[in-house]
Design a protein around this ligand. Structure first.
Ligand code: 13P
Length: 252
């Protein structure tokens, strides 16, 4: 089973309107030469529509960093999956470690958000990952196993085709301290095995698993060379066109 590499840039709460559009335009201009890979960017909510317009006609997809678990109604400050779709998003991040740790999102809420997104026709990147303490205490696998089991609860094998997994060790995010290829390989193969247990061997082999955490142009090749690594979810290095292009173009 060959899986198409998937490189995604999570802009987090960075860039303004002008620099976001300039970045999108620079990526779109270069994307005409790209084959054999999927690329997506995740701008802040308020710029989604404009970035989607800047990328229209290119192969680059636009996603949202967050989504409400509710469909509509009196939920001040929230944004629904249907609204995201309405402005041109085709994907959403669920369970990013910053949502889990800074905003207290637990696995059940992550699961409800994932269902809201899939239900509205959006694809999902489900993020999982352990903290430094969990790794030190030997609980990396149970932690990730739980995030997968609860995060994917109620997701059918058919719908799994619209889900990408992202392994983002919390201690590697924004630290410049990325996981070693051996650590990444161990967790990715654990995730693949878990998916085979929950679904089937065939379904598991079709799922793409990205690595995220201090990915740069100079480490993407080594990471992509690891078994079961099918792409990257990039934070800091996705904010600057040359850095992100180096990752997208260095990935294969
Ligand atoms: P950095 O690439 O800045 O470490 O961030 C990773 C991340 O959180 C992507 O979602």
């Amino acid at each position: 089973m060959t899986r198409k590499p998937f490189l995604a840039g999570n802009w987090k709460m960075n860039l303004d309107r002008r620099s976001g559009v300039a970045l999108a335009q620079a990526l779109a201009a270069r994307s005409v030469t790209w084959t054999g890979r999927d690329v997506a960017v995740f701008p802040p909510f308020v710029y989604l529509a404009e970035i989607a317009r800047s990328l229209a006609g290119s192969s680059i997809a636009v996603g949202a960093q967050n989504v409400s678990d509710e469909k509509s109604g009196a939920f001040t400050g929230e944004v629904s999956a249907a609204m995201l779709k309405d402005v041109g998003a085709t994907l959403v991040l669920c369970g990013h470690s910053e949502r889990r740790h800074l905003y207290g999102e637990d696995d059940r809420l992550v699961n409800r958000k994932l269902h809201a997104a899939l239900g509205a026709g959006l694809d999902v990147i489900l993020c999982v990952g352990e903290t430094a303490e969990e790794r030190q205490s030997g609980s990396t696998e149970p932690r990730i196993g739980r995030q997968l089991t609860l995060g994917l609860a109620g997701v059918s094998e058919d719908d799994l085709e619209r889900v990408t997994l992202a392994y983002e060790p919390v201690w590697a995010i924004g630290t410049g301290n990325n996981a070693t290829p051996a650590q990444v390989g161990d967790v990715h193969s654990y995730i693949r095995g878990m998916l085979a247990g929950i679904y089937s061997d065939m379904a598991s082999k079709a799922v793409r698993i990205q690595y995220g955490g201090s990915v740069k142009a100079d480490n993407i090749k080594a990471l992509m060379g690891v078994a079961n690594v099918d792409g990257a979810l990039v934070g800091g290095a996705s904010l600057q066109s040359e850095a992100f292009l180096g990752i997208v173009e260095g990935a294969l």
